[in-house]
Design a protein around this ligand. Structure first.
Ligand SMILES: *Cc1c(COP(=O)(O)O)cnc(C)c1O
Length: 387
Protein backbone atom coordinates (compact mmCIF):
# COMPACT_ATOMS: atom_id res chain seq x y z
CA UNK A 1 0.00 0.00 0.00
CA UNK A 2 1.56 3.38 -0.96
CA UNK A 3 1.96 6.02 1.74
CA UNK A 4 -0.43 8.34 -0.13
CA UNK A 5 -3.29 6.07 0.86
CA UNK A 6 -2.57 6.66 4.55
CA UNK A 7 -2.63 10.41 3.89
CA UNK A 8 -6.27 10.14 2.82
CA UNK A 9 -7.16 9.20 6.39
CA UNK A 10 -8.20 12.21 8.46
CA UNK A 11 -5.58 13.11 11.07
CA UNK A 12 -7.63 12.63 14.20
CA UNK A 13 -4.83 11.16 16.30
CA UNK A 14 -1.03 10.70 16.16
CA UNK A 15 -0.54 7.20 14.80
CA UNK A 16 2.77 5.32 14.62
CA UNK A 17 3.79 4.49 11.03
CA UNK A 18 2.77 0.84 11.18
CA UNK A 19 -0.25 -0.83 9.58
CA UNK A 20 -1.87 -3.68 11.47
CA UNK A 21 -2.99 -6.65 9.40
CA UNK A 22 -3.73 -9.59 11.70
CA UNK A 23 -4.64 -10.42 15.28
CA UNK A 24 -4.97 -13.60 17.34
CA UNK A 25 -5.64 -13.64 21.08
CA UNK A 26 -3.19 -11.29 22.81
CA UNK A 27 -1.08 -10.82 19.65
CA UNK A 28 -1.18 -8.44 16.73
CA UNK A 29 0.92 -8.37 13.53
CA UNK A 30 1.76 -5.43 11.28
CA UNK A 31 2.19 -5.71 7.51
CA UNK A 32 5.96 -6.00 7.85
CA UNK A 33 5.42 -9.17 9.86
CA UNK A 34 6.37 -7.65 13.21
CA UNK A 35 4.49 -9.16 16.16
CA UNK A 36 3.16 -7.15 19.10
CA UNK A 37 1.90 -8.24 22.49
CA UNK A 38 -1.32 -6.26 22.75
CA UNK A 39 -2.16 -4.73 26.15
CA UNK A 40 -4.41 -2.10 24.56
CA UNK A 41 -6.83 -4.46 22.77
CA UNK A 42 -8.66 -1.79 20.84
CA UNK A 43 -9.01 0.28 24.03
CA UNK A 44 -10.35 -2.42 26.33
CA UNK A 45 -12.68 -3.59 23.57
CA UNK A 46 -11.45 -7.06 22.60
CA UNK A 47 -12.35 -8.69 25.90
CA UNK A 48 -11.79 -12.17 24.46
CA UNK A 49 -8.68 -11.15 22.53
CA UNK A 50 -8.30 -10.78 18.77
CA UNK A 51 -10.64 -12.80 16.53
CA UNK A 52 -11.95 -15.19 19.20
CA UNK A 53 -13.63 -18.37 17.98
CA UNK A 54 -16.96 -17.63 19.70
CA UNK A 55 -17.24 -14.23 17.98
CA UNK A 56 -16.28 -15.70 14.58
CA UNK A 57 -18.87 -18.44 15.03
CA UNK A 58 -21.59 -15.97 16.02
CA UNK A 59 -20.76 -13.76 13.03
CA UNK A 60 -20.87 -16.56 10.52
CA UNK A 61 -23.95 -18.31 11.93
CA UNK A 62 -25.98 -15.12 12.35
CA UNK A 63 -24.59 -13.60 9.15
CA UNK A 64 -25.85 -16.56 7.15
CA UNK A 65 -29.26 -16.30 8.81
CA UNK A 66 -30.08 -12.60 9.07
CA UNK A 67 -27.75 -9.58 9.17
CA UNK A 68 -30.15 -6.71 9.23
CA UNK A 69 -33.89 -6.23 9.12
CA UNK A 70 -34.22 -2.60 10.33
CA UNK A 71 -34.92 -1.62 13.93
CA UNK A 72 -38.56 -1.24 12.88
CA UNK A 73 -38.92 -5.01 13.40
CA UNK A 74 -38.05 -7.24 16.34
CA UNK A 75 -35.36 -9.84 15.81
CA UNK A 76 -34.30 -12.77 17.99
CA UNK A 77 -30.70 -11.81 18.91
CA UNK A 78 -31.95 -8.32 19.88
CA UNK A 79 -34.47 -9.85 22.28
CA UNK A 80 -31.98 -12.40 23.62
CA UNK A 81 -29.29 -9.83 24.35
CA UNK A 82 -31.73 -7.35 25.91
CA UNK A 83 -33.10 -10.10 28.16
CA UNK A 84 -29.63 -11.26 29.18
CA UNK A 85 -28.42 -7.72 29.97
CA UNK A 86 -31.56 -6.87 31.93
CA UNK A 87 -31.31 -10.05 33.98
CA UNK A 88 -27.60 -9.64 34.63
CA UNK A 89 -27.94 -6.02 35.75
CA UNK A 90 -31.28 -6.17 37.51
CA UNK A 91 -32.45 -3.30 35.29
CA UNK A 92 -35.59 -3.59 33.22
CA UNK A 93 -35.21 -2.31 29.70
CA UNK A 94 -32.47 -2.12 27.11
CA UNK A 95 -31.74 -0.03 24.02
CA UNK A 96 -29.02 -1.50 21.79
CA UNK A 97 -26.82 0.83 19.76
CA UNK A 98 -23.45 1.13 18.04
CA UNK A 99 -21.01 3.08 20.20
CA UNK A 100 -20.42 4.15 23.75
CA UNK A 101 -21.03 7.78 22.90
CA UNK A 102 -24.37 6.85 21.38
CA UNK A 103 -25.34 4.91 24.51
CA UNK A 104 -24.40 7.90 26.71
CA UNK A 105 -26.18 10.31 24.38
CA UNK A 106 -29.23 8.05 24.87
CA UNK A 107 -28.75 8.12 28.66
CA UNK A 108 -28.65 11.93 28.61
CA UNK A 109 -31.82 12.09 26.49
CA UNK A 110 -33.56 9.56 28.72
CA UNK A 111 -32.66 11.54 31.86
CA UNK A 112 -33.92 14.77 30.26
CA UNK A 113 -37.16 13.07 29.24
CA UNK A 114 -37.56 11.74 32.79
CA UNK A 115 -36.91 15.25 34.13
CA UNK A 116 -39.54 16.70 31.81
CA UNK A 117 -42.02 14.13 33.07
CA UNK A 118 -41.19 13.75 36.74
CA UNK A 119 -39.15 16.79 37.86
CA UNK A 120 -40.95 19.78 36.33
CA UNK A 121 -38.61 20.08 33.37
CA UNK A 122 -35.32 19.69 35.25
CA UNK A 123 -32.56 18.82 32.77
CA UNK A 124 -29.19 19.40 34.40
CA UNK A 125 -26.80 16.48 34.85
CA UNK A 126 -23.98 16.61 37.37
CA UNK A 127 -20.85 14.98 35.94
CA UNK A 128 -17.27 14.57 37.15
CA UNK A 129 -14.16 16.58 36.40
CA UNK A 130 -11.79 14.51 34.25
CA UNK A 131 -14.67 12.19 33.32
CA UNK A 132 -14.96 10.81 29.80
CA UNK A 133 -18.27 9.99 28.15
CA UNK A 134 -17.59 10.17 24.41
CA UNK A 135 -17.04 12.47 21.46
CA UNK A 136 -20.47 13.55 20.28
CA UNK A 137 -21.30 17.16 21.18
CA UNK A 138 -23.45 16.25 24.18
CA UNK A 139 -21.08 13.59 25.50
CA UNK A 140 -18.09 15.92 25.07
CA UNK A 141 -20.07 18.50 27.02
CA UNK A 142 -20.73 15.92 29.73
CA UNK A 143 -17.03 14.98 29.85
CA UNK A 144 -14.60 16.79 32.10
CA UNK A 145 -11.49 16.25 30.01
CA UNK A 146 -9.02 19.08 30.44
CA UNK A 147 -8.62 21.07 27.23
CA UNK A 148 -12.06 20.20 25.90
CA UNK A 149 -13.71 23.33 27.34
CA UNK A 150 -12.68 25.46 24.39
CA UNK A 151 -13.38 22.90 21.65
CA UNK A 152 -16.34 23.06 19.25
CA UNK A 153 -18.08 25.87 21.07
CA UNK A 154 -20.86 26.37 21.93
CA UNK A 155 -21.18 23.27 24.06
CA UNK A 156 -24.46 21.55 24.82
CA UNK A 157 -25.69 23.22 28.01
CA UNK A 158 -26.94 21.40 31.09
CA UNK A 159 -23.84 19.79 32.58
CA UNK A 160 -22.33 20.78 35.90
CA UNK A 161 -18.93 19.39 36.87
CA UNK A 162 -17.77 18.45 40.35
CA UNK A 163 -14.52 16.82 41.53
CA UNK A 164 -14.62 13.01 41.66
CA UNK A 165 -14.97 11.69 45.20
CA UNK A 166 -16.33 14.91 46.71
CA UNK A 167 -19.80 14.04 47.97
CA UNK A 168 -20.42 17.50 49.47
CA UNK A 169 -19.74 19.08 46.09
CA UNK A 170 -22.48 16.90 44.56
CA UNK A 171 -24.84 17.71 47.45
CA UNK A 172 -24.19 21.45 46.92
CA UNK A 173 -24.68 21.17 43.15
CA UNK A 174 -28.06 19.41 43.32
CA UNK A 175 -30.93 21.86 42.92
CA UNK A 176 -34.36 22.09 41.29
CA UNK A 177 -32.77 21.87 37.81
CA UNK A 178 -30.89 18.64 38.56
CA UNK A 179 -32.13 15.48 36.95
CA UNK A 180 -29.19 13.08 37.35
CA UNK A 181 -25.64 12.42 38.46
CA UNK A 182 -23.48 10.63 35.89
CA UNK A 183 -20.06 9.03 36.39
CA UNK A 184 -17.68 6.18 35.60
CA UNK A 185 -16.91 3.75 38.47
CA UNK A 186 -13.27 4.05 37.40
CA UNK A 187 -12.24 6.98 35.23
CA UNK A 188 -10.38 5.10 32.51
CA UNK A 189 -9.41 7.78 30.00
CA UNK A 190 -8.41 10.13 32.83
CA UNK A 191 -5.73 7.61 33.87
CA UNK A 192 -7.54 4.91 35.90
CA UNK A 193 -8.86 6.73 38.96
CA UNK A 194 -11.53 4.86 40.95
CA UNK A 195 -14.59 6.64 42.28
CA UNK A 196 -14.37 4.36 45.32
CA UNK A 197 -17.00 1.95 46.63
CA UNK A 198 -17.90 4.05 49.71
CA UNK A 199 -18.33 7.12 47.53
CA UNK A 200 -20.54 5.21 45.07
CA UNK A 201 -22.71 3.96 47.94
CA UNK A 202 -22.99 7.46 49.40
CA UNK A 203 -23.79 8.86 45.95
CA UNK A 204 -26.53 6.27 45.50
CA UNK A 205 -28.07 7.31 48.82
CA UNK A 206 -27.73 11.01 48.04
CA UNK A 207 -29.35 10.68 44.61
CA UNK A 208 -32.20 8.59 46.07
CA UNK A 209 -32.76 11.12 48.87
CA UNK A 210 -32.95 13.95 46.31
CA UNK A 211 -34.97 11.87 43.85
CA UNK A 212 -32.54 12.29 40.98
CA UNK A 213 -31.22 9.53 38.74
CA UNK A 214 -27.84 7.83 39.05
CA UNK A 215 -26.28 7.09 35.64
CA UNK A 216 -23.25 4.79 35.66
CA UNK A 217 -21.06 4.76 32.55
CA UNK A 218 -19.72 1.19 32.42
CA UNK A 219 -18.43 1.46 28.87
CA UNK A 220 -14.84 0.78 29.94
CA UNK A 221 -15.41 -0.96 33.29
CA UNK A 222 -18.28 -3.25 32.25
CA UNK A 223 -18.31 -6.77 30.77
CA UNK A 224 -15.90 -8.32 33.24
CA UNK A 225 -13.07 -5.79 33.00
CA UNK A 226 -12.85 -5.29 36.78
CA UNK A 227 -13.50 -8.93 37.73
CA UNK A 228 -17.25 -8.45 38.10
CA UNK A 229 -19.64 -8.25 35.17
CA UNK A 230 -20.26 -4.56 35.99
CA UNK A 231 -17.88 -2.32 37.91
CA UNK A 232 -20.63 -0.92 40.16
CA UNK A 233 -21.26 -4.42 41.59
CA UNK A 234 -18.17 -4.03 43.79
CA UNK A 235 -20.02 -1.25 45.62
CA UNK A 236 -23.25 -3.26 45.76
CA UNK A 237 -25.31 -0.38 44.35
CA UNK A 238 -28.23 -0.37 41.92
CA UNK A 239 -27.98 2.48 39.40
CA UNK A 240 -31.04 3.77 37.54
CA UNK A 241 -29.29 3.88 34.17
CA UNK A 242 -26.20 2.00 32.96
CA UNK A 243 -24.36 2.34 29.67
CA UNK A 244 -22.23 -0.35 28.07
CA UNK A 245 -19.98 -0.42 25.01
CA UNK A 246 -16.41 -1.48 24.31
CA UNK A 247 -16.20 -5.08 25.67
CA UNK A 248 -19.88 -5.81 25.00
CA UNK A 249 -19.15 -6.41 21.31
CA UNK A 250 -15.78 -8.10 21.86
CA UNK A 251 -14.42 -6.17 18.84
CA UNK A 252 -17.56 -5.32 16.86
CA UNK A 253 -19.45 -2.01 17.24
CA UNK A 254 -22.08 -2.69 19.88
CA UNK A 255 -23.28 -0.67 22.88
CA UNK A 256 -26.29 -0.60 25.15
CA UNK A 257 -28.35 1.68 27.33
CA UNK A 258 -30.00 -0.06 30.30
CA UNK A 259 -32.65 1.55 32.49
CA UNK A 260 -34.84 0.70 35.47
CA UNK A 261 -38.59 0.54 34.92
CA UNK A 262 -38.94 3.91 36.65
CA UNK A 263 -36.34 5.62 34.45
CA UNK A 264 -37.23 3.90 31.17
CA UNK A 265 -39.62 6.53 29.77
CA UNK A 266 -38.87 6.82 26.04
CA UNK A 267 -41.98 6.84 23.88
CA UNK A 268 -42.21 5.85 20.23
CA UNK A 269 -40.22 8.28 18.13
CA UNK A 270 -37.96 9.54 20.94
CA UNK A 271 -34.95 7.40 20.14
CA UNK A 272 -33.68 5.34 17.25
CA UNK A 273 -30.99 4.80 14.63
CA UNK A 274 -30.56 2.67 11.54
CA UNK A 275 -28.33 -0.02 13.03
CA UNK A 276 -29.88 -0.20 16.51
CA UNK A 277 -30.31 -3.77 17.67
CA UNK A 278 -29.21 -5.25 14.35
CA UNK A 279 -29.14 -9.04 14.63
CA UNK A 280 -25.52 -9.50 13.50
CA UNK A 281 -24.03 -7.35 16.28
CA UNK A 282 -26.58 -8.49 18.87
CA UNK A 283 -25.67 -12.13 18.17
CA UNK A 284 -22.03 -11.29 18.87
CA UNK A 285 -23.09 -9.57 22.11
CA UNK A 286 -24.90 -12.74 23.18
CA UNK A 287 -21.78 -14.83 22.44
CA UNK A 288 -19.59 -12.43 24.44
CA UNK A 289 -21.99 -12.47 27.39
CA UNK A 290 -22.10 -16.27 27.26
CA UNK A 291 -18.29 -16.37 27.55
CA UNK A 292 -17.76 -13.60 30.11
CA UNK A 293 -20.76 -13.87 32.43
CA UNK A 294 -19.49 -17.00 34.21
CA UNK A 295 -18.10 -17.23 37.69
CA UNK A 296 -14.88 -19.09 36.70
CA UNK A 297 -14.18 -16.58 33.93
CA UNK A 298 -14.62 -13.58 36.23
CA UNK A 299 -12.58 -15.22 39.00
CA UNK A 300 -9.72 -15.71 36.53
CA UNK A 301 -9.90 -12.01 35.57
CA UNK A 302 -9.61 -11.13 39.27
CA UNK A 303 -6.70 -13.52 39.83
CA UNK A 304 -4.79 -12.48 36.69
CA UNK A 305 -5.46 -8.83 37.43
CA UNK A 306 -4.02 -9.30 40.93
CA UNK A 307 -0.98 -11.01 39.41
CA UNK A 308 -0.43 -8.19 36.91
CA UNK A 309 -0.86 -5.56 39.64
CA UNK A 310 1.63 -7.36 41.88
CA UNK A 311 4.22 -7.63 39.09
CA UNK A 312 3.74 -3.94 38.23
CA UNK A 313 4.14 -2.99 41.91
CA UNK A 314 7.35 -4.99 42.18
CA UNK A 315 8.76 -3.34 39.03
CA UNK A 316 7.70 0.08 40.25
CA UNK A 317 9.34 -0.46 43.64
CA UNK A 318 12.59 -1.68 42.08
CA UNK A 319 12.83 1.36 39.76
CA UNK A 320 11.45 4.00 42.11
CA UNK A 321 8.22 4.68 40.24
CA UNK A 322 4.80 5.40 41.71
CA UNK A 323 1.52 3.66 42.51
CA UNK A 324 -0.41 1.01 40.64
CA UNK A 325 -4.08 1.97 40.27
CA UNK A 326 -7.18 0.16 39.11
CA UNK A 327 -9.05 -3.10 39.46
CA UNK A 328 -9.14 -6.41 37.62
CA UNK A 329 -7.54 -6.01 34.21
CA UNK A 330 -7.87 -2.22 34.04
CA UNK A 331 -4.65 -0.99 35.62
CA UNK A 332 -2.33 1.99 35.49
CA UNK A 333 1.27 2.46 36.61
CA UNK A 334 2.41 5.89 37.71
CA UNK A 335 5.85 6.79 36.37
CA UNK A 336 8.25 9.19 38.06
CA UNK A 337 10.56 11.34 35.98
CA UNK A 338 9.63 9.73 32.68
CA UNK A 339 7.28 10.73 29.87
CA UNK A 340 4.73 7.91 29.58
CA UNK A 341 4.16 8.62 25.89
CA UNK A 342 7.89 8.08 25.21
CA UNK A 343 7.80 4.84 27.20
CA UNK A 344 4.75 3.64 25.22
CA UNK A 345 6.59 4.48 22.01
CA UNK A 346 9.74 2.63 23.15
CA UNK A 347 7.50 -0.32 24.04
CA UNK A 348 6.00 -0.29 20.54
CA UNK A 349 9.52 -0.61 19.12
CA UNK A 350 10.01 -3.63 21.39
CA UNK A 351 6.78 -5.24 20.23
CA UNK A 352 4.52 -4.22 23.11
CA UNK A 353 1.34 -2.16 22.83
CA UNK A 354 0.51 -0.14 25.94
CA UNK A 355 -1.25 3.17 26.31
CA UNK A 356 -0.28 6.43 28.04
CA UNK A 357 -3.53 8.14 29.11
CA UNK A 358 -1.57 10.91 30.86
CA UNK A 359 2.05 12.07 30.76
CA UNK A 360 2.82 10.28 34.04
CA UNK A 361 0.85 7.05 33.63
CA UNK A 362 0.79 3.88 31.57
CA UNK A 363 -2.48 2.00 31.20
CA UNK A 364 -2.85 -1.78 30.84
CA UNK A 365 -6.07 -3.24 29.42
CA UNK A 366 -5.21 -6.67 28.00
CA UNK A 367 -7.68 -9.25 26.75
CA UNK A 368 -9.58 -10.70 29.71
CA UNK A 369 -8.29 -14.04 28.42
CA UNK A 370 -4.63 -12.99 28.78
CA UNK A 371 -2.44 -15.77 30.21
CA UNK A 372 0.02 -15.52 33.11
CA UNK A 373 2.79 -16.31 30.63
CA UNK A 374 1.70 -13.38 28.45
CA UNK A 375 1.70 -11.14 31.52
CA UNK A 376 5.29 -12.27 32.22
CA UNK A 377 6.25 -11.56 28.61
CA UNK A 378 4.64 -8.14 28.87
CA UNK A 379 6.62 -7.38 32.04
CA UNK A 380 9.88 -8.37 30.33
CA UNK A 381 9.16 -6.10 27.34
CA UNK A 382 8.05 -3.29 29.63
CA UNK A 383 11.25 -3.59 31.68
CA UNK A 384 13.40 -3.16 28.57
CA UNK A 385 11.29 -0.14 27.53
CA UNK A 386 12.11 1.67 30.79
CA UNK A 387 15.53 3.32 31.18
C1 LIG B 1 -14.69 4.70 25.35
C2 LIG B 1 -15.63 5.33 26.31
C3 LIG B 1 -16.77 6.04 25.87
C4 LIG B 1 -17.05 6.32 24.43
O1 LIG B 1 -17.29 5.15 23.70
P1 LIG B 1 -17.17 5.18 22.10
O2 LIG B 1 -17.55 3.80 21.69
O3 LIG B 1 -15.76 5.55 21.78
O4 LIG B 1 -18.12 6.21 21.62
C5 LIG B 1 -17.60 6.55 26.84
N1 LIG B 1 -17.36 6.39 28.14
C6 LIG B 1 -16.31 5.70 28.60
C7 LIG B 1 -16.11 5.52 30.06
C8 LIG B 1 -15.38 5.16 27.70
O5 LIG B 1 -14.31 4.52 28.14
Amino acid sequence: MPTETLDRIMKIVERPPVVMVKGAGSWLWDRDGKRYLDFVQGWAVNCLGHSPRVVLDALSAQGALLMNCSPAYYNEPMAKLATRLAEASGLDQVFLCNSGAEANEGAIKLARKWGARHRSGAFEIITMEHGFHGRTLATMSASGKPGWDALFEPKVPGFRKVPLGDLDAVARAIDGQTVAVMLEPIQGEAGVFAAGDDYLRALRKLTRDHEVLLIVDEIQTGIGRTGRLFGYEHAGIEPDIVTLGKGLGGGVPLAALLASAGASCFESGDQGGTFNGNPLMAAVGCAVMEAVDRQEFLETVTANGAYLAERLRALSASLGHGEVRGRGLLLALELRGLDAKKVASAALDRGLLINAPRPDSLRFMPALTVSLDEIDQMMARLRTSLP
